[in-house]
Design a protein around this ligand. Sequence first.
Ligand code: OOG
Ligand code: MG
Length: 261
Amino acid sequence: MDETRLQGLAERLDDAVQSVSLVSQLTLSGPLDLAAAYRVQRLGIGLRAARGDRLIGMKMGLTSRAKMAQVGVHEPIYAHLTETMRVADGAVLVCDEMGHPRAEPEVAFLLGEDLSGPTDAAGAMKAVTGLAAAIEVIDSRYRDFKFALADVVADNASSCRFAIGEWVAPQSLAEGPGLANLDVQLVIDGEVAHAASTAAILGDPAESLAFLANMLADVGESLKVGMVVLAGAATPAVHLQPGMKVTAHVEKLGSVGFSVA
Ligand code: OOG
Ligand code: MG
């Protein structure tokens, strides 16, 4: 597909992020296959890098049925995480700086070594040096949060902000089923809004990490030491409103939270 056209699409989405505005689905105005959509995503990350932002990790999305059902797209996807998207545990997020943000609980991995596919869950976990509870704020650039697979891929899988709790050594989960069946809760203003098990994430969040490494291997890329990876939410996301206090708990990994202004 024509690179100039893809660059134009990346700029349209990037402008919308910067001006906090929403756009029509790209797939409504012309064909966009999955490879072209990932190209648009990478061109968008290039635009951010040109402004001094830096790649610090990656995320998987649509790895649970709850998430697939919420947005009507039924295929796991990946996206990029940059430094300016990271917010501190306990931070205050300003709603006006986002379009129609939603929050979802995540499991985060910290890589202690490079990780290349092909691999499997056990192989991928060998590269992991830290695990944490996390929250991702997603904020689709598309009106009504409505998109097809290629739209959401081009839009960096809706990723907007993320907060990560304290890192826990993976060895602390060595006894028992590891990461595969931990309780996850998304708590809003002290009430459990959604609860699930990490098993909802492709059976085990480690499968999601391996899936990512394998998808990257297909395009000649790999994960690097020091990167953070989000496995994808186990529950639906919740719409954010000013005044909310949002916390995610993951059994054995701990908690993380922020407030919304
Ligand atoms: C797409 C991003 C999905 C997840 O954790 O499943 C995602 C969206 O829901 O807008 O981040
Ligand atoms: Mg997510």
